[in-house]
Design a protein around this ligand. Structure first.
Ligand code: ADP
Length: 759
C-alpha cells in the first residue's frame, strides 16, 4: 500500500514517512490497515522482530488522536520507554504532545492529562489505574508492545490485569497488541476481541543455521565455509569472517560476566580491522564511557570499545548502553556481546547474529535450562539491516555432530512456543486482587471472579475451579492480614489495604514491613534496610561461595539490630535472611559514603545494580513511612532518616546538605568539613569558604548557593578562602570516616555527585 493511501491518518503523515525513506507499507502493515487499525479496530499483530511493528502502532495512535482521542503506548521495560518516546517525539513538530511516564508509583501523573500520546511501562499504568488517574477515562487507543511477555512469571500478570482493567474502564477502547511470532497468536486475538495479523514476513531474508567445525550449516541444507583458526574460538572466527565482508556481529551469551569476557576476547579480533579514523572516534566514545562512572565495569567497557568491541547488559548504566547502541548503529563497533536485554526491543540490527549460549542458569531449578524457541528466534531476528545487507544470518554454535542435530531440531526448525498466562501464581493474584477490590473494580467474590473472566488466564483455562480456589485462598490471606474486610458477600479494602494498593506494594511486603516495625523501638538504618530487603519487592543479591559464612557471622554480630523474629540456621528462610543482609550491608555502605567502585568490587555487582537497589530501597522505605504513620507506630523519623541517607548516599549529618540540588555526597562532605553543616548555614556562609570548599569552582558555587536559596549567589568578586587551618579540612581535624571518604573520592572536574549517574 502506498503511504498516500492510508485511511484515517493525519494529512502530514505521507510526507513525513517519505522523508524517512518509507514509500510503501510493508505487507503486514498493509494487512493491519486493511483490518481497520487506523479506523479504531482492535488488532493483534504477531510479526517477526524488526519488521515494522512500531509503525503499525504509530498509525493506530495517530489516527485515534486525529479523531480527537488520546493514546497510550505500554512498553515492557523502562529502558524502552525513552527509546519509544524519542521516536514519537518526532510527531511534536506536527503539533502533537508526547510524554513519558516512569517516575513515582504513587502519583496520578496529572500532567499527562494534556498529552496526546503517553508512553509508560505496564507497572506504571497499573499504578495509575490504582491511583485513579482521571485522564485514563479519555484514552481511546492503547498499544501493548511485546505482548507475548504475558508469559513472563514476574511481569506478565501485571500486563494482563492492566489490559483487562483498561478495557473495563472504557469498553470502546481500541487495543493494538504487538507480539513476536508465537505459537498461539489466535488465542491472544480471541482474548482481546481483535483482528489478527499473524505472519513470518520479514523485510529482509533471514538465514538461520548452526556453525559446526569449519562451516555454517544453513537451514536450506547448504554449507558455507567459516573456518576456525587454531588461535581462535567459533565466535571469533565468525566475527572475523563477517568483518572481511565489512559486516558487524551481535553475539548473545547467557550472563553478564560472559558478555564482558567475550567482548575482551573479541576485541583482539576486531582491532586489526579498524581504520585510523575509526580508532580516533572510538577513543572519543571510550572517554565518554569513562566519564559516566569510574568503576571497573566502565573501564573494561571503555577498553573494549577502543578496540572495536563492546558488551551490553542490564548492569550497565543507561548512558553506557546508549553509547554502545549508537556506536554499533554507526558501525564503529564491529561486535557487541550481549545478554538478551538487547534482543528485547532495542533497535540494533546487525549483519550476523551468533547465539553462543543456548542454556542459561535458572535459580528456580538450580541448574542450566535451555532458552525458549521464542527467545532464540528473537535474538536471531536481529540479523540483517534493511537497505544495507542483502540478507541476515544467524547461527547457533555446536561442538559436536550430535549437538548440531539437536540444535536444528530444537531451534532452527522449531516453531515458537504458545504463550500461557501466569496469573494464577499466588504473588500475582495477591497483589492484583487487593488492587482490584481497593480501586472498586470488584466489590464481591463474584465480582472478582467476573473481572478475572476478562483475563487471558480465564481464556486459556478450562478449569474454572482452579481460579476460584486460588482466589479464595488469596481473599483469606488478605483478610487475615487486615487488608480486606468481608461483610456477607461484600468485599472492601481496609484503610491500610487501600494504602498498600496505592503504594504499589505486594501485600506480603506490607505485612512483613508492618510486622518488623511493630516492635521496633529504635530501629537502626541497617535494621530497616534489612527489613525492606527481605520483602518480595526487593530482588536480593545472590550469596556466592564464602558469603554464607561471612553473613552468618554478620547476622550474629548485628542480631540486635535486625527486626522481627530471626530464623534459626536450620530453617528454610535462613538463606533469604542472609541474602537480605547482604543487600542491607550494601545499602548501609552506600549510605556511609563508601565509593561506588568499592561497592561494585565488594558485592560483585554492576553500577546499574546499585542504582536499582537504591531506588527500590528508597521506594520501600517511603512506603514503610506511610505504613508507620497510618498505624501510629512511632518510628517514622527513623525510617525517614534511613530513606534520606540511602537516597543521597550519605551519613546522617549530611542529609540536610545533600538535599540541596547539585550538592550531592562529595560536595556535601567537603562543605561540612569546612564548617558548613546545614542548608541554613549554607545560605549564610562566608562565600569565600563556600568557594574554597567547592574547589574554587565559581559556576558550581553559584549554582549551589542559588539552589540553597541564597539571596545573592554571585561569586564574581569572591576569592577562595584558605581552608588549610580550618578545623576538619586537613588531615589533622578530620574524623576517620572523613578521611576514608576524602581519600577514596579524589574528584575531578566533571565529578559525578551521586556517583550513580542518571539512569
Ligand atoms: P519492530 O518494532 O517490528 O521490531 P521497527 O518498527 O523498529 O520493527 O522497524 C524496523 C525498521 O524498519 C525501522 O528502522 C523502521 O523505520 C523501518 N520501517 C518500518 N516500516 C517500513 C516500511 N514500510 N518501509 C521501509 N522501512 C520501514
Amino acid at each position: 500500500m502506498d503511504v498516500a493511501d492510508i485511511p484515517g491518518v493525519p494529512e502530514w503523515l505521507p510526507d513525513y514517512l517519505r522523508e524517512d525513506g518509507i514509500e510503501q507499507l510493508y505487507p503486514p502493515q498493509t494487512e493491519a490497515v486493511e483490518r481497520g487499525v487506523t479506523e479504531g479496530e482492535n488488532l493483534v499483530a504477531a510479526v517477526p522482530t524488526a519488521s515494522g511493528k512500531t509503525l503499525i502502532a504509530a498509525l493506530a495512535m495517530l489516527a485515534s488522536v486525529k479523531r480527537g482521542g488520546k493514546a497510550l503506548y505500554i512498553v515492557p521495560l523502562r529502558a524502552l520507554a525513552s527509546e519509544k518516546e524519542d521516536e514519537f517525539a518526532e510527531f511534536e513538530a506536527y503539533g502533537l504532545d508526547v510524554g513519558v511516564s516512569t517516575g513515582n508509583y504513587e502519583s496520578d501523573g496529572g500532567w499527562l492529562a494534556d498529552k496526546d500520546i503517553v508512553v509508560a511501562t505496564s507497572e506504571k499504568v497499573d499504578s495509575l489505574v490504582r491511583n485513579d488517574a482521571p485522564w485514563l477515562d479519555d484514552l481511546s487507543c492503547v498499544v501493548a508492545d511485546e505482548v507475548h511477555l504475558v508469559d513472563d512469571d514476574e511481569r506478565g500478570p501485571t500486563l494482563e490485569v492492566t489490559l483487562a482493567k483498561l478495557r473495563s474502564l472504557n469498553p470502546h477502547l481500541q487495543l493494538v497488541a504487538l507480539s513476536a511470532t508465537i505459537g498461539n497468536a489466535d488465542e491472544l486475538a480471541e482474548w482481546l476481541d481483535a483482528a489478527l495479523v499473524d505472519t513470518d514476513w520479514r523485510p529482509i531474508e533471514l538465514r538461520k543455521g548452526v556453525h559446526y567445525g569449519d562451516a555454517a550449516h544453513l537451514e536450506d541444507g547448504n554449507q558455507q565455509p567459516v573456518p576456525v583458526r587454531s588461535n581462535e574460538d567459533q565466535p571469533a572466527a565468525i566475527v572475523r569472517d563477517t568483518l572481511a565482508d565489512d559486516g558487524s556481529t551481535l553475539v548473545f551469551v547467557n550472563s553478564r560476566r560472559n558478555a564482558e569476557a567475550a567482548a575482551r576476547r573479541l576485541a583482539t579480533t576486531t582491532d586489526e580491522f579498524l581504520t585510523g579514523e575509526e580508532e580516533d572516534r572510538l577513543a572519543d566514545i571510550a572517554d565518554r564511557i569513562r566519564d559516566v562512572s569510574d568503576t571497573d565495569t566502565s573501564e573494561d567497557l571503555a577498553e573494549a570499545v577502543e578496540r572495536g568491541a563492546a558488551f551490553h547488559h542490564a548492569g550497565l548504566t543507561r548512558q553506557h548502553r546508549t553509547l554502545v547502541e549508537e556506536a554499533f548503529r554507526d558501525r564503529l563497533l564491529k561486535v557487541v556481546s550481549a545478554t538478551p536485554t538487547l534482543a528485547a526491543g532495542v533497535n540494533t540490527p546487525s549483519r550476523r547474529v551468533v547465539v553462543r549460549d543456548w542454556r542459561r542458569y535458572d535459580g528456580s531449578v538450580g541448574g542450566m535450562q535451555p532458552l525458549s524457541v521464542l527467545e532464540v528466534h528473537q535474538m536471531m531476528g536481529r540479523a540483517g539491516r534493511p537497505g544495507r545487507d542483502p540478507y541476515g544470518e544467524a547461527f547457533l554454535l555446536a561442538k559436536s555432530h550430535d549437538e548440531l542435530d539437536e540444535l536444528f531440531e530444537r531451534y532452527v526448525w522449531a516453531e515458537p512456543e504458545p504463550v500461557r498466562s501466569k496469573l494464577a501464581a499466588e504473588p500475582a493474584l495477591r497483589t492484583h486482587i487487593l488492587a482490584t477490590v481497593s480501586s472498586g473494580f470488584a466489590r464481591s467474590r463474584e465480582g472478582l471472579l467476573e473481572f478475572l473472566e476478562g483475563t487471558l488466564y480465564a481464556e486459556q483455562t478450562t478449569a474454572r475451579d482452579r481460579l476460584e480456589t486460588v482466589t479464595d485462598e488469596v481473599i483469606d490471606y488478605l483478610e487475615m492480614n487486615d487488608f480486606l474486610e468481608r461483610d456477607g458477600e461484600t468485599l472492601e479494602a481496609t484503610g491500610i489495604g487501600h494504602t498498600v494498593s496505592r503504594l504499589y506494594l505486594d501485600p506480603m511486603s506490607a505485612a512483613e514491613i508492618l510486622d518488623g516495625l511493630r516492635d521496633a523501638q529504635h530501629p537502626t538504618a541497617l535494621g530497616l534496610y534489612h527489613l525492606v530487603s527481605r520483602t518480595p519487592d526487593m530482588y536480593e543479591l545472590y550469596l556466592r561461595s564464602g558469603d554464607e559464612e561471612e553473613y552468618t557471622m554478620a547476622a550474629y554480630e548485628r542480631e540486635s539490630e535486625l527486626l522481627g523474629r530471626a530464623p534459626s540456621e536450620f530453617e528454610e528462610r535462613f538463606e533469604d535472611w542472609l541474602s537480605a543482609l547482604k543487600t542491607a550491608k550494601l545499602l548501609e555502605d552506600w549510605a556511609s559514603e563508601t565509593d561506588e567502585e568499592r561497592l561494585t568490587d565488594r558485592y560483585d555487582v554492576g553500577p546499574g545494580d546499585i542504582r536499582g537497589k537504591v531506588d527500590t530501597a528508597q521506594w520501600l522505605l517511603g512506603a514503610a513511612e506511610s505504613l508507620s504513620s497510618e498505624r501510629n507506630l512511632g518510628v517514622g523519623n527513623a525510617v525517614r532518616e534511613a530513606r534520606m541517607r540511602v537516597e543521597h548516599g550519605v551519613r546522617s549529618e549530611l542529609v540536610d546538605l545533600a538535599g540541596v540540588r547539585s550538592v550531592g555526597r562529595k560536595r556535601a562532605r567537603r562543605l561540612y568539613a569546612a564548617g558548613i553543616e546545614t542548608r541554613a548555614q549554607l545560605r549564610e556562609a562566608d562565600k569565600s569558604v563556600v568557594l574554597a570548599a567547592l574547589r574554587g569552582r565559581q559556576k558550581t558555587a553559584e549554582t549551589v548557593l542559588e539552589n540553597a536559596g541564597h539571596p545573592e549567589p554571585s561569586m564574581s568578586t569572591v576569592e577562595a578562602a584558605d581552608l588549610s587551618d580550618q578545623p576538619g579540612s586537613g588531615a589533622n581535624g578530620t574524623t576517620a570516616a572523613d578521611r576514608a571518604t576524602t581519600t577514596e573520592t579524589e574528584d575531578t572536574d566533571t565529578e559525578d555527585q551521586s556517583s550513580l549517574g542518571d539512569f
